[in-house]
Design a protein around this ligand. Sequence first.
Ligand code: GDP
Length: 205
Amino acid sequence: MLAAMANAPPVKILAAELVTSASAAAGFPAEGAPEVALLGRSNVGKSSLLNRVVGRRSLARTSKTPGRTRLVNFFRVLRPEGELRLVDLPGYGFARVSQSERRAWQALVESYLAKRASLRMALLLQDVRRDPGTDESDLLPWLAARGIPVLGVLTKVDRLSARERAARLRFFREQGLGLDWIATSARTGAGSVELWAAIDAALRG
Ligand code: GDP
């Protein structure tokens, strides 16, 4: 508890709340504040990182809550720098999902990525210990087609020694889908400040 407090992000969050959860494009909220989409396989640590960067313990549910995993969740975040929405897209990469479930997931994610006018940046989350695969690379053309910048976000870096971490970061910077990568940990808060700086730079640009 004390360690978690000590590592709280030095980022000021004035408000953070769930706007809505949508199971289809018709349920997306009206376009508004700039949106930053979070993409990643289920279990990558997306909910944990989202909670960490907004300094709220349980705003985004973890993957243990199955109800929300097929939904697009829109979170409003107010900071002194301005307002934005973090958009949590459903986790993909379930080994055992059926073809029809996979198609439904793709249709939902693509309906968001292909058409959302407020979308300004995407974060592609990747467990630092895994290599990126087609689940990750398949999404990039949707974003490239619209000129949406994508930042690679390595998760759970606390699970590696400093030496292993440096080696993995080098690997991703050389062979990680051509993206820029930053190293984060929801557990320690590592990388939160860099992540906000990258988001602010993209929203300004
Ligand atoms: P999601 O399915 O992508 O939303 O993933 P969750 O946030 O639910 O995390 C999946 C699992 O990874 C949970 O058991 C978390 O406790 C664990 N986890 C998430 N982030 C971290 C992290 O930064 N460090 C470590 N060691 N474990 C993490």
